[in-house]
Design a binder for this molecule. Structure first.
Ligand code: ATP
Length: 306
């Protein structure tokens, strides 16, 4: 086999509980991830000189103007290929081509998704034969969200988010995403979170029981009030205009409106496709909104498509 293509979803956090900063600089998290129907693709083509090269193609210019994507070995997909080379001792190399659709620096883990996709693609291409379980620690070394993007579906993340376990979730959900023209650095949002919590005792985070109960029921009306994000205050203090976008979505009848991860993408829960369309049209008028995307979840994690 000389070429393998992998599709990989974006993630949203149905809840994002953020605890105190740990000794290693990360915050302890308690989150429920959901993989959604917004996919990057990574094509891996065999190189027999052992080198790793990368190109990035963007279908939607507006979604990638938000922040520069490294076109060299700093790209998370290239770092994933290098980590798999190191773990397996393979002498093969790879030419990676990313087709980017997930908003960049948008709080939807686009870089982590490409890393997960590169791990799955190179594992297949090089015949290194690692199971998903064996790929998980390599994924965790690349970033906190990477193990979930191998896993997909709906799952709980603890530790710094890298420790993933499945949750019992029924049904599918209709989402609307409003992207922003300017990306937001995850590190800057966590630094703002620390600043806002200075002098306060930040408790260890927990996934709310009500969210788990709602997921077992599968009713979006029950799920809506359970969505939460502890980074909201920090993201809104850096991007106050996002408050208007959230308000417009709620006025249009969204069952919930929250910031996605560290932002600046905002996410809205709809009853069905038609309701999602109504919300999308209303969000099109929001000044801070660069693009509106209708989507569904949950979706599988990184998977071979060709
Ligand atoms: P997260 O939600 O995981 O905190 P994010 O979705 O906010 O991340 P990413 O799209 O993953 O942000 O990009 C964050 C930064 O990572 C970018 O500004 C870019 O410099 C760098 N990066 C490295 N590799 C990639 C990649 N394959 N795609 C996008 N960004 C990448």
């Amino acid at each position: 086999m000389s070429s393998v293509t992998v599709g990989v979803p974006a993630k949203i956090n149905l809840c994002l509980g953020v605890g105190p900063s740990r000794a290693d600089g990360f915050h302890s998290l308690a989150t429920v991830y959901q993989a959604v129907d917004l996919h990057d693709e990574v094509r891996a083509t065999l190189r027999d000189d052992g080198d790793i090269t990368i190109t990035v193609h963007a279908d939607m210019d507006a979604r990638v103007e938000a922040a520069p994507i490294p076109q060299d070995l700093d790209n998370l997909a290239a770092r994933a290929a290098r980590a798999l080379q190191d773990a397996t001792g393979t002498v093969d190399g790879v030419e990676l081509a990313i087709r980017k659709v997930i908003p960049v620096a948008g709080g939807m883990a686009g870089g982590s998704a490409d890393a997960a996709a590169a791990l799955v693609a190179c594992n297949e291409l090089w015949g290194t034969g690692m199971s998903r379980g064996e790929l998980a620690p390599i994924a965790a070394s690349l970033g906190s969200d990477v193990p979930f993007l191998l896993h997909g579906g709906t799952a709980m993340g603890t530790g710094r988010g890298e420790s993933v376990s499945p949750v019992l979730a029924r049904g599918g959900y209709h989402w609307v995403f409003a992207t922003a023209a300017q990306g937001l650095s995850t590190a800057a949002v966590y630094a703002q979170f620390d600043l806002l919590n200075q002098g306060r005792q930040v408790p260890e985070p927990q996934v709310p029981d009500a969210l788990m109960t709602a997921l077992r029921g599968g009713d979006p009306h029950e799920l809506g009030p359970c969505l939460s994000n502890d980074l909201t205050e920090a993201a809104l203090s850096l991007r106050p205009e996002l408050a208007d976008t959230l308000e417009i979505g709620l006025e249009a009848g969204a069952l919930a409106a929250i910031v996605s991860g560290s932002g600046p993408t905002t996410i809205f829960l709809a009853e069905d496709d038609q309701h999602g369309l109504d919300i999308s049209i209303a969000l099109g008028a929001a000044a801070a909104c660069a693009d509106v995307i209708q989507s569904r979840g949950p979706m599988p994690g990184a998977h071979i498509i060709g």
